[in-house]
Design a protein around this ligand. Structure first.
Ligand code: NAD
Length: 274
């Protein structure tokens, strides 16, 4: 068990990558605290994890709200005495042209995707230092390379990567490791909702598949596995790193065509999990 007796907070832990990470971390021995705005999903997931004999605790928390975050950390410490792992996973998207984004939408996106991490880290600092913990911040491929009509989201994820590197320096004397994770397309409810809003959903799905060198998007487990690596002692010498988990989407091509894939087979993979 790679997280035996560790206490892990996962924000946005009730759906998608967060949900799969909560299940995976719990199965590896962690006491998991699922922090999310969706109470119904939290309850369902906590019950599902507990029914397998693992430990989970749910907490309704809007990570952009200072009061909620303070409360989350206080409850975590009162219930479990420590915080070993903070997985700042909660996030949302704003796929619009910059000129169409209102000032409120811009602020709201930054509050959920970036300010939330300032808040969770601030209020968990003492605990994380005491435990020599691990912080994992969810960034995105779009924080590394540009993407059409996604400037605001890309800016938040670029900020997450910069925040991670700076925090890694500040926390190093306390042996707290801070890393970020940058996936490309991951088959989660967030991704599926975005696909459904495209003019032609199936064409958009296929274009997404093709944009990855491996010819397909990721399952949430393929991302959760890397989060587990960063959470565990397996990554004890990794800090200040942004791990890009993108099936080769950002590698670029110096020469030659992209590989051809069997798209009948790939379509089955792409639709299977959401
Ligand atoms: N799915 C992808 O293709 C993809 C790619 C790169 C990065 N990401 C990032 O991964 C993270 C998880 O995304 P996902 O695809 O699993 O999405 P998801 O929508 O399936 O899950 C996100 C969860 O975050 C919760 N959440 C949203 N706002 C919150 C808030 N203010 N406070 C607390 N919880 C909140 C939602 O209720 C939901 O349960 C996000 O940060 C996202 O930007 C996703």
């Amino acid at each position: 068990m790679r997280l035996h007796n560790k206490v892990a907070i996962i924000t946005g832990g009730a759906s998608g990558i967060g949900e799969t990470s909560a299940q995976l971390f719990a199965s590896e021995g962690a006491k998991v605290i699922i922090a999310d705005i969706d109470q119904e999903k939290i309850d369902r997931l906590v019950q599902s994890i507990q029914s397998k004999g693992y430990q989970a605790h749910g907490m309704k928390c809007d990570v952009s709200n200072e009061f909620d975050v303070k409360q989350l950390m206080t409850t975590a410490v009162n219930s479990f005495t420590k915080i070993d792992i903070l997985f700042n996973n909660a996030g949302t998207i704003l796929p619009k042209k910059l000129q169409e984004i209102t000032s409120d939408e811009w602020d709201n996106l930054f509050e959920i995707n970036v300010k939330s991490m300032y808040l969770t880290i601030k209020y968990a600092t003492d605990c994380l230092r005491n435990c020599k913990g691990s912080i994992i911040n969810m960034a995105s491929m779009t924080g590394v390379v540009g993407q059409q009509n996604n400037a605001a989201y890309s800016a938040t994820k670029g900020a997450v990567i910069a925040l991670t590197k700076a925090m890694a320096i500040d926390f190093a004397p306390y042996e707290v490791r801070v890393n970020s994770l940058s996936p490309a397309g991951v088959r989660t409810p967030l991704f599926e909702n975005w696909l459904q809003k495209q003019e032609n959903t199936e064409q958009a799905r296929e274009a997404q598949d093709r944009s990855h060198l491996l010819g397909r998007t990721a399952s949430s487990l393929e991302i959760a596995n890397v989060a587990l690596f960063l959470a565990s002692d397996d990554s004890s010498f990794v800090t200040g790193e942004n791990i890009v988990v993108d099936g080769g989407a950002t590698i670029g091509y110096a020469a030659g065509p992209k590989p051809e894939w069997d798209h009948v087979q790939l379509k089955k993979i792409s639709k299977s999990e959401v």
